[in-house]
Design a protein around this ligand. Structure first.
Ligand SMILES: NC(=O)c1ccc[n+]([C@@H]2O[C@H](COP(=O)([O-])OP(=O)(O)OC[C@H]3O[C@@H](n4cnc5c(N)ncnc54)[C@H](OP(=O)(O)O)[C@@H]3O)[C@@H](O)[C@H]2O)c1
Length: 353
């Protein structure tokens, strides 16, 4: 089981909204096949391991880090395939609280006279905590990331990137590990970003993009709008604008209405619930200052990635994160393990609530 967890760990964080699972098949106490949930979530680990078995010799055992599923979606039902391949015993570690799974696969296996044993997770406690928490409350984990100068400015006129090539790559790695990305409309209109994952081989792991745009002010020729046929794109809005709604819908942008609260703002918590209900387990807020401050004020950010370059720039710089940085220092804990990435002359601080 420990080995199965090590396999699951290889794809942990890059299986989109499916959990990363490891599976092994044994015959006479020898491992004859293995599987891992594929990058992006398919195939399932059990299916991956079972499809490699050619003959249907009896007395195979299957070890799986998570209970097998019994539903068909993008992937076939694992428990059905387990039965077809004549597995006689299934050993699993953790329960899957996802309503589509929980207990159904195990029931099906035991009804078909397949022995089931539970082995306690001895690799990492709570390996599936994030997955199981989400399955119960549909509330996403919230990360934030910002890049600033050494003196905390997040905008420099005429300069597109603030940090160096290593931190820019790291941003793309982060994007490959999260399901959704969220920004305020001014970031879209000023920076014209694409907000995808640009690492070769990981491009299909680009997160869905969410934009907070109460008045539907988004530039209609922005890169986000132009690429919305290929990358799921959502806009939260509060004021009707029939022309814009029609135009954006045609471009495949999904519009989500959220009313203004008494402070003339959308409630950030309501925004997060909407993202969760669409099935996105986690979200990375990538700015700008105004958007991040609203989520921070309501204590909704779980982890904050603070990237800094080495320059002390004042001229043509704006949007100071000085106060945000002090707030993080006083209210969050530093996560030194997550800071251990190669970044040359720039720096990274990771704050955990
Ligand atoms: N260095 C970096 O890492 C980085 C990253 C991102 C952005 N930036 C820079 O930051 C600047 C943009 O930041 P910003 O602070 O000016 O703007 P922003 O956060 O990108 O967008 C703010 C706007 O989003 C809308 N909004 C956000 N939260 C809302 C809520 N809860 N309810 C209602 N509306 C909400 C409002 O739109 P309305 O104005 O329509 O009310 C608000 O004015 C750009 O210059 C960009 O270059 C830097």
């Amino acid at each position: 089981m420990s080995l199965a967890f090590k396999l699951a760990n290889l794809h942990n964080g890059i299986t989109f909204n499916n959990p990363s699972v490891g599976a092994l098949i044994l015959y006479k106490n020898k491992i004859i096949s293995y599987g891992i949930t594929g990058i992006g979530g398919s195939p399932h680990a059990e299916y991956d391991a079972l499809k490699k078995i050619k003959s249907k010799k009896n007395k195979y055992s299957l070890y799986s880090t998570l209970e097998p599923c019994h539903h068909e979606g993008k992937n076939p039902s694992c428990s059905d395939f387990i039965k077809k391949k004549n597995i006689t015993r299934v050993l699993y570690s953790d329960k899957d609280c996802n309503i589509k799974v929980s207990g159904k696969g195990l029931r099906y296996l035991s009804n078909n006279k397949i022995k089931i044993n539970n082995i306690k997770n001895n690799f990492a406690n709570n390996f599936y905590k994030e997955h199981n928490d989400f399955s119960e409350n549909y509330y996403p984990k919230v990360f934030a990331k910002i890049a600033t100068t050494k003196n905390y400015y997040s905008f420099i006129k005429g300069r597109k990137k603030i940090t160096n090539v290593y931190l820019n790559k790291y941003t793309h790695l982060l994007r490959s590990q999260i399901n959704a990305i969220l920004v305020g409309v001014l970031t879209v209109n000023i920076d014209n970003p694409i907000l995808n994952c640009r690492i070769e081989g990981f491009d299909n792991l680009s997160p869905a993009r969410f934009i907070i745009d109460p008045r539907l002010n988004i530039n209609t020729n922005s890169t986000i709008v132009k690429t919305s046929k290929h990358i799921p794109t959502y806009i939260f809005y509060s004021f009707e604008n029939n022309y814009k709604i029609k135009f954006l819908s045609k471009k495949n942008v999904k519009l989500i209405y959220i009313p203004n609260n008494n402070k003339f703002l959308m409630d950030p918590k309501e925004i997060l619930y909407s993202i969760g209900l669409l099935g996105y387990k986690n979200v990375l807020i990538e700015g700008g200052l105004k958007t991040i401050e609203l989520f921070l004020k309501d204590k909704l950010i779980d982890r904050f990635y603070f990237f800094k370059n080495n320059d002390l720039i004042d001229k043509n710089a704006s949007h100071s994160f000085n106060k945000v940085h002090s707030y993080l220092k006083n209210n969050f804990k530093r996560n030194k393990v997550l800071e251990q990435v190669y970044i040359a002359d720039n720096s990274i601080e990771v704050y955990q609530r």
